[in-house]
Design a protein around this ligand. Structure first.
Ligand code: PLP
Ligand code: SF4
Length: 337
């Protein structure tokens, strides 16, 4: 992309930016779109005050009209249950993350560093720890990458850079480009990894221009998407994923095990199969972060293990995601066995 084009793209919002902005944010509208009873509205409005509703229209279109238990809806609809304080669930279950986020880098695991680079999320997932930290939106605007690139230069043992945080693909191509060029100049970096839910919730984001921008890094690229249910993966998502695949970008998925969304083996087996049909390998199945407001999503450890066992028995090994949880102070994600 020429710098002129980049400048133009900044002035004229692209199709995906319009779709991002046009997300459904009003609980009353969401209920009306899905022909759901108005009784759900007061609680939804109350819970949305704590963590606003946000869901792209394309994602709403994949929900079953009239079904208050739709597995996609359950991930985004604010509920009264969120307002109940539950022992063991805190507002900051990944405290160390947030403590270090100020510097823009989290270095917890060998050889890998995580850049908190991010912009806003296209969707607000009710189970996410971000529900208590919407301020992360502001960090993206300030990010010029200089600090992060400088840090990487001084830490030559790092060979994989992970873009994460909120959603790095909320950043425009123009914002991503200088990072790609900076990484291209660092020979010790072999791999660039992105963690993003946008290819699933906002497939409009995946353009040829994005692929070009990422390829500027000249590194191996891994994209970890985040899908929790097969119904999320329609033809438009398949087409978006295919663009990455065609460009030689490795595709992995991480899911969160969520009560009322995917807490039975059949749902997760379908998810694995559907991902594979779209060139995506299942990577992690996370246990829920114990964040306040998300207790109603918790799947007990015993049940989680049972579900995983059934998956193991009914899928080829390469389609079984690793069941993991995040434990502070460990050198890697903890395998649940
Ligand atoms: C999850 C995570 C990583 C990546 O771990 P992998 O097991 O390689 O996927 C790296 N850094 C931090 C801080 C993480 O939380
Ligand atoms: S960080 Fe991921 S899980 Fe959390 S709200 Fe954003 S898209 Fe959803």
């Amino acid at each position: 992309m020429h710098s002129n084009d980049t400048a133009l793209a900044e002035v004229q919002p692209q199709h995906w930016q319009t779709a991002l902005q046009n997300a459904v944010k009003d609980p009353a509208e969401l209920l009306a779109l899905l022909q759901l009873p108005e009784e759900l509205l007061p609680a939804a409005k109350l819970a949305a005050k704590q963590f606003p509703l946000r869901v792209p229209r394309g994602f709403v279109a994949r929900m079953q009209s009239g079904d208050p238990h739709d597995p996609l809806l359950a991930q985004v609809l604010p509920l009264g249950a969120e307002l109940i304080a539950t022992p063991g669930f805190s507002t900051d279950p990944v405290g160390d993350t947030l403590a270090k986020a100020d510097a823009g880098i989290i270095h917890k695991y060998n050889q890998r560093a995580l850049l908190i680079s991010t912009g806003a999320c296209a969707v607000h997932c009710r189970y996410c720890f971000r529900r208590h930290f919407p301020y992360a939106d502001e960090m993206a605007a300030k990010s010029s990458w200089q600090h992060s690139l400088q840090w990487l230069k001084q830490n030559p043992d790092i060979n994989e850079v992970i873009l994460s945080g909120g959603d790095p693909l909320s950043l425009t191509d123009a914002k991503l480009a200088p990072l790609m060029d900076g990484l291209a100049a660092l020979p010790q970096i072999h791999t660039l990894r992105l963690h993003s839910r946008q290819p699933v919730v906002l497939p409009e984001r995946v353009t040829e221009a994005l692929i070009h921008t990422l390829k500027r890094s000249k590194k191996q690229i891994v994209l970890v998407i985040h899908s929790n249910h097969a119904n999320e993966l329609d033809q438009q998502v398949a087409d978006a994923l295919n663009l990455f695949h065609q460009a030689g970008i490795h595709l992995l998925n991480q899911a969160v095990l969520l009560k009322g969304v995917n807490d039975h083996a059949e749902a997760l087996i379908s998810l694995s199969r559907r991902l594979f049909s779209m060139q995506v390998m299942p990577y992690y199945l996370h246990l829920l972060d114990t964040v306040q407001g998300a207790a109603h999503f918790e799947v007990k450890l015993k049940k989680a293990k049972q579900i995983h066992k059934v998956m193991c028995a009914n899928l080829p090994g390469y389609l079984v995601p690793r069941l993991v949880k995040e434990t502070a102070g460990e050198p890697n994600k903890t395998l649940v066995t």
